[in-house]
Write a protein that binds this ligand. Structure first.
Ligand SMILES: [Zn+2]
Length: 172
């Protein structure tokens, strides 16, 4: 039987490699199925993969445990001789910002929480729903996202928002 949950909850270009369910966490290994990428500098497409790298990040919790992702992505060579970039990393900006250690949907939920109460009490509440985060991280997040979070989003946070959902379905 095909496991549709993974495909529905993550971008189409990520596929499941392995799911490890441990006592204190669930770790999901994903890899990109893309075969080309656009150079972020000159915008030229490339199909020349040079090597692979992995990104680790936390996502919304699942089955009452923190969920960690290990995502295998490619590095591509830019074929444009005029471009200053020789090799670039595959981006998954719609799902997680460059170098971010949390998915966009987790950051959005944490930010909405942090704006309604103190960072320390938010961190404790997030722990209850299996999100591991420090008060300092929440303070940084709420400052960074201050202007992108709409006030009505804060009221829209409900228990449903803690469940996994499609990455492109971030607001309702
Ligand atoms: Zn380029």
């Amino acid at each position: 039987m095909e496991f549709d949950l993974i495909r529905d909850m993550f971008p189409d270009y990520l596929e499941e490699e392995e799911l490890i369910n441990q006592e204190d966490r669930v770790t999901l290994y994903l890899r990109s199925r893309r075969t080309s990428a656009q150079c972020p500098h000159c915008k030229e497409p490339s199909v020349e993969r040079t090597t692979y790298f992995t990104r680790r990040m936390q996502d919304l919790g699942v089955i009452e445990k923190p969920l960690f992702l290990v995502i295998r992505l490619a590095k591509y060579r830019c074929g444009n001789p005029a471009c200053a970039v020789k090799v670039f990393c595959e981006q998954i900006e719609d799902f997680a910002a460059t170098k971010a250690r949390r998915t966009n949907r987790l950051n959005q939920m944490m930010t909405a929480f942090a704006m309604t109460q103190s960072a320390e009490s938010t961190a404790r509440k997030l722990e209850d729903i299996h999100i591991i985060v420090s008060g300092d991280t929440l303070l940084r997040l709420s400052r960074k996202w201050n202007f992108s979070v709409k006030p009505d989003m804060v009221h829209a946070v409900s228990i449903d928002d803690f469940a996994l959902k499609k990455s492109n379905d971030t607001e309702r």
